[in-house]
Write a protein that binds this ligand. Sequence first.
Ligand SMILES: C[S@@+](CC[C@H](N)C(=O)[O-])C[C@H]1O[C@@H](n2cnc3c(N)ncnc32)[C@H](O)[C@@H]1O
Length: 579
Amino acid sequence: MPASTQKLQSLLDDFRSAGGFIDKNISFEFSDSKGIHAIYTGEQNFDLTKDLIKVPEDYTISVTLAEELFGLTIVPTGNRNVLLLFLLAKLRFDPNDTIINDVNVSQKFRSYIDILPTGREIGSPLFWTAEERDLIWGTDVVSSMTGAVPQFIKSWYTTVSKFNKNILPGTAEEDFKFYENFKTSKDFKQEQFVSYYNQPQSWTSFPAYLWAFAILTSRGFPLFINPDKKAKDVNEAFLLPIFDLLNHDNKSKVEWELKDENYTFKVKSELSKGQEVLNSYGPKNNETLLLNYGFVLEKNDADNTGISLRIPDDLSVVEARSFGLDIKSHEVSYKIDHEHKLPIEFVNLLAFLVKTKEEKTLTLRNQVKGLKQLLQILTAKIEILKNQPVPQNNSINGKYIKNAKIYKNTQRQFFQTAFEDFLKVEKDILKKYKPLSFKTVFKNDKRFASALLLAFGIDSYEKLSKTDDINHAILLWLIRVGNKKHYPQDERAHLPDWIHDKYVKLLQTTKITANEVHEFTPYYNSLFPKLAENIPEIFAKGDWNLRAFVIAEKLVDEIVVERQANNEMFILHDLRLQI
Ligand SMILES: C[S@@+](CC[C@H](N)C(=O)[O-])C[C@H]1O[C@@H](n2cnc3c(N)ncnc32)[C@H](O)[C@@H]1O
């Protein structure tokens, strides 16, 4: 019999001797991808009115038990699970028995504690190596983890440093050094500690605490299922052996209940021979499943993702509200799931962030610019999620590679859908408001177009649009518009007044820095005086000095946007829109 089967058998024997019940038609099996799981083997469909599993209340491991060992006052209400984590760590890693109220708890739960998986077996990225973490680089799982671990370290140390000295093992001082290390290192990089995390030695060490944390999050039950025991904390959890051998399916209909001092487990949908008996851990998204349980679901109804944004401190929430946004603080996040798409409000928020001082409301200009930014954010997210590094090291766990792939693909799908939706929004807005495209300028302002031909040696807009010269062309055209009154009447018709007015206003109000002059000089010298000499009818009318280039560049920032779908350039009016 393999060691794992033997361990499981001992647990089942101990459990039955403690008064526990498991329907005779349930058999526990083991697979690399799912760990231990339960299969129904009965010939007849299971009678849904019957209990499948019954666990005596006394055969559970709770915060109350931990409090009896460590004392009531060590952790404040709101954080009581921490004590349970230390009890778990002690039961697993303390070679000495733990006696609580004259009961040898170590002996009582030995076979249960023995079957609990290691951190790496659970598969949470908390236990992944640096190279394995590269598989999920840039994802929300990594940012959650980076934020959470320092908090775990603090709650571990705050509690363990309060323990009565006579309960601490001789290795405690050594264990505490990790905290000193963490506290004094400016740039704490978790991945440097992964091999330490994966080898818990002493029960008071952080790795033992982290292991217990992963055990409680991947297999703990909420205490509120016991109405008698009023949980002091909303998220108070406990361990319910045997129930916790069941794997998860969102759709599984089950019933947990406390009846006559026994926790009972019933299934509420058909269970036939060969089917896996599945619990439901609740509607969990893939991020939570991966981080807390070490697995993900390819088809997960409860999956979601989100985009968060921080409004810079120098912009006020009040201003954002008067712009028409319904926001309460500087931190804004939007959730995307199978029912809720990314809302247009997100575009409006970005529009607010790119607005000019003069713009008090949503305009065509800021909305299209906001939209462009959103499409860029989504593209960046999609690119990160698309990237599937090929591990060079064949010691990387295949299950982790698979989970990372599924997690990233399911996340990417949300962003991909949002990207396509907003490309459509961009198309609709451009269709509705028909802003001036540079292609149209090129077509209408024929004199300018042929001047470009001479200047850059390009004979069509299509060719121009495929090179960097398109940006130079726009810059030159904006200066031409700024010099409008120096051109003959027939040419002026193609040079819009609103652009001219903006140019003049910028010219009057902008102070040009030495840096800008410095930056533009080589570029300016590459064009002038050559252009003025060769094509004076365009480039020697009005002012074509370096200042004009700096102003035109600022105007480009303000009013020119490149369409995401086909890189077409649009010149946008600050036409007021309604949010
Ligand atoms: C409550 S335990 C269930 C028993 C567990 N399989 C074991 O070996 O002890 C939760 C763990 O089971 C595994 N698990 C649960 N549901 C799963 C599923 N649908 N697919 C793959 N693994 C699953 C994950 O490793 C998870 O952390």
